[in-house]
Write a protein that binds this ligand. Structure first.
Ligand code: CUA
Length: 187
């Protein structure tokens, strides 16, 4: 290899390197701009619907008083579950719902951020103090579904478990017939 060849080779290498460096820089600029745009947009746009609630007064009045927790069939026939997460349990700890029915879960936290994940389903949501979580769910099959807290909420987190009991639609209807709350008790 002559000196001239070596010189030429180095030149080509440098050119190629510079081209790839340029592509990498452009890519970084594009990705950074996309992230910045998405972040700014999310921070400046209002959420489609936000419901706030005073977490220190849940037990005193309003939708989440103890007697109003659990599964209810609303006057319009909608099935609504109301629940609270607190260190380190869910109230109620067992939720009874009908199969093959659209269900609305309304939940909040009395203290810190908790999470609800229902095993074997795609239901995965957060309970944030001060806000009401409104989540649609539907269970095709009857059975027991475990519902662990999925957000680290301090030292008792691992022990924070709930359960969803899905029963036959007709059976649920007969139990809910007299109105009021439907619970796992007696199941
Ligand atoms: Cu509640 Cu983790």
């Amino acid at each position: 290899m002559t000196d001239l060849d070596a010189h030429q080779g180095a030149g080509i290498a440098e050119q190629t390197e510079r081209r790839w460096a340029t592509i990498a820089v452009i890519l970084m600029i594009v990705l950074t701009s996309m992230a910045a745009f998405a972040g700014i947009r999310q921070a400046t746009m209002p959420q489609p619907r936000v419901e706030t609630i005073d977490p220190t007064r849940l037990h005193l009045s309003g939708e989440f008083v103890e007697s109003n927790l659990g599964t209810a069939v609303e006057p319009d026939g909608a099935v609504v579950v109301r629940a609270i997460g607190q260190q380190y349990s869910f109230s109620p700890s067992c939720i009874l719902v009908p199969a093959q029915t659209p269900i609305t879960l309304r939940a909040t936290s009395a203290d810190v951020v908790h999470g609800i994940i229902i095993q074997g389903t795609n239901i995965n949501t957060m309970l944030v103090p001060g806000y009401v979580t409104d989540q649609l769910m539907r269970f095709e099959r009857t059975g027991d579904y475990l519902m662990p807290c999925q957000e680290f909420c301090s030292f008792g987190h691992e022990g924070m478990w709930g359960k969803v009991k899905v029963i036959d639609k007709a059976e649920f209807a007969s139990r809910a017939g007299n109105g009021g709350r439907v619970s796992c008790v007696g199941q």
